[in-house]
Design a protein around this ligand. Sequence first.
Ligand SMILES: Nc1nc2c(ncn2[C@@H]2O[C@H](COP(=O)(O)OP(=O)(O)OP(=O)(O)O)[C@@H](O)[C@H]2O)c(=O)[nH]1
Ligand SMILES: [Mg+2]
Length: 217
Amino acid sequence: MQLPFPLAEVPDDFAREKGRKLFAGGGAEFVKGVVAMSGLPDGDRLEVCFAGRSNVGKSSLINALTNRKGLARASNTPGRTQEINFFTLEETHYLVDLPGYGYANAPLPIVERWQRLLKQYLSGRQNLRRAFVLIDARHGAKAVDEEIMSLLDSSAVTFQCVMTKADKVKEADRERSIEATRKALARHPAAFPEIIMTSSEKGDGIETLRAVIASLE
Ligand SMILES: Nc1nc2c(ncn2[C@@H]2O[C@H](COP(=O)(O)OP(=O)(O)OP(=O)(O)O)[C@@H](O)[C@H]2O)c(=O)[nH]1
Ligand SMILES: [Mg+2]
């Protein structure tokens, strides 16, 4: 029997080539950081966003996908990305780096402001085709991750789970955290039924994720 929420298989040659082409041109550029809905760029491109806890590796993943080390800032300081950051990819796509959630030390008014903006963005963006919810492969999905999953359910935005930092996880922990993540996903109707395991450091899963993004219409 097929497990629910299997790990994504390596895409076929056609899908891989399509993904490679989309990301090969070096055509990724930072557009703007947005702090209010009024600042959103026109939704005239296909859009995907990256959500996840502070420090889970959202910015690093965007850098790895676009093969541009300093494109999205990545750091050791949780909560660094505090705006919704838009990047263009060629003439056709937006990649969106969302503010990290679950950072305990952020002052409450700031947390509330992010949450409000996140909610408005997720529920109101017509051209948003898929949200990628990043989960640390060492820990699996936690309660705060399920909050964003519920928000995506209610916004009817299909989301796909991307596990990060695969290079840092021991085999036993990896299985346990995949299992915890599957359990969480099963509770969310908007969850896409495949998990992508990645390492921005080593490149695992990056081709697959490129192919998935390129396949969206
Ligand atoms: N070993 C390893 N480290 C990673 C990987 N991805 C990210 N990191 C590290 O994790 C830390 C956080 O990465 P970021 O990409 O800044 O995380 P973020 O989700 O954008 O964080 P916020 O913007 O604060 O929400 C950095 O020190 C990265 O170098 C990975 O695949 N492997
Ligand atoms: Mg970041």
